[in-house]
Design a protein around this ligand. Structure first.
Ligand code: FES
Ligand code: FE2
Length: 368
């Protein structure tokens, strides 16, 4: 048995590695189909994404395996018959990444793009980022049921200096809900960890100015389902008006300094609209529904902008000097360590230190 003197000391991390392993948003299917070919900097890499006629989406390294041209649309790359055509010598790649044609010779078999594994959830396209290129270590949840009573998914994106671990920490940092966002009666109800999945639930009260017409005192229950640092799915229930909504909070490192945080939202038809939305009562249900989704997402963006001011200038503190009123930030930090497999940290994984609790998850939250 090691003595106290020989026991390894806990390792500090003073700066977070910029690209934790996980699933990260690429773009919406709608935007890829509309632009036909997109290019972006994602997880410090230059990537391209396009879609073929069958709907298959390819997310790939932007540089051609022939002689290295960038193949994004700003350089002249284009999609022809569902294949990406390099602007330099015309090598053509299908959505598996395989070179299938060149202008004047048979396609070399070895000419293959580096492609990323993708998942789609309600038109949001994600790709897996594995440390050292390793394959997915866990899957994203199943797509939640959607139907005519749910609005279409709306998105809005903010860009700032930040890190996905810092943005996701919001889910367990219950103190800031009161202090930064002005919520009251914040009551954490559950926090559980199961491998790459973390559940954080809390109730609170907030005052919302709806449609600029009147204040609504909302009694809210929120459940955040976190699947790694790039994907949080939040179910929100405002009890007074019976309003259910969903929000995906999708934090994606761009280049090691900036992150893009996309909020994606869906609102369910309101059960008792007359009680609180008299000012909108003259609108047809579908229009009122769409308007509510827009109001909701702009309201959520306004709340997140309050965080962005902090995130953009903050510094990572490890260890943080916590007080008794803080939420389970320490447990969250242990949970996060699994996403940096390169770090040789002598820390017992959270699932083995009694934090794990069997979590009853709704069917759509099941992991593969
Ligand atoms: S560099 Fe792409 S075809 Fe030559
Ligand atoms: Fe926040």
């Amino acid at each position: 048995m090691p003595t106290t003197a020989s026991r390894p000391r806990p390792t500090r991390i003073d700066a977070l590695p910029p690209f934790p392993e996980g699933w990260y948003l690429i773009a919406t299917r709608e935007s890829i189909e509309k632009k036909r070919l997109i290019e972006k900097t994602w997880m410090g890499e230059q990537i391209v994404a396009w879609c073929d006629e069958t709907g298959a989406i390819c997310v790939a390294d932007a540089f051609c395996p022939h002689l290295g041209s960038h193949m994004g649309p700003t350089v002249g790359g284009r999609v022809r018959d569902g294949c990406l055509v390099c602007p330099f010598h015309g090598f053509t790649f299908d959505t598996t990444g395989q070179c299938v044609a060149t202008p004047n010779a048979p396609a070399p078999k070895a000419a293959r793009l580096k492609v990323y594994r993708t998942r789609e959830i309600l038109g949001l396209i994600f790709a897996w980022w594995g440390t050292g290129g390793r394959p997915p270590q866990w899957d994203l949840p199943e797509e939640p049921a959607a139907g005519p009573k749910w609005s279409r998914v709306l998105t809005t994106t903010l860009r700032f200096r930040g890190h996905p671990q810092e943005t996701t920490e919001n889910s367990v940092d219950v103190e800031h809900l009161e202090y930064t966002h002005g919520y009251s009666n914040v009551r954490p109800t559950e926090m559980a960890i199961d491998g790459a999945y973390l559940k954080s639930a809390f109730d609170f009260t907030s005052v919302r100015r709806t449609a600029g017409l009147f204040d609504v005192v909302a009694d809210v229950s929120a459940v955040a389902h976190v699947h790694g640092l790039g994907f949080s799915f939040v179910e929100i229930h405002e009890k007074g008006i019976g309003m259910h909504s969903r929000m995906w909070v999708l934090s994606t490192p761009v280049d090691g300094t900036f992150v893009e945080l996309t909020l994606a939202t869906q609102v369910h038809e309101i059960r008792k609209p007359g009680q609180f939305f008299k000012g909108l009562g003259f609108l047809p249900v579908s229009l009122r529904h769409r308007l509510m989704a827009r109001l909701f997402i702009s309201e959520e963006r306004r709340y997140v902008e309050q965080d962005v001011v902090i995130w953009d200038r903050k510094r990572y503190r490890s260890p943080p000097r916590l007080c008794q009123a803080d939420g389970p930030i320490g447990k969250y930090r242990l949970y996060c360590r699994q996403f940096y497999p390169d770090l040789q940290l002598r820390v017992t994984p959270p699932s083995r230190i009694g934090l794990a609790k069997t979590v009853e998850r709704p069917a759509h939250q099941g992991q593969a």
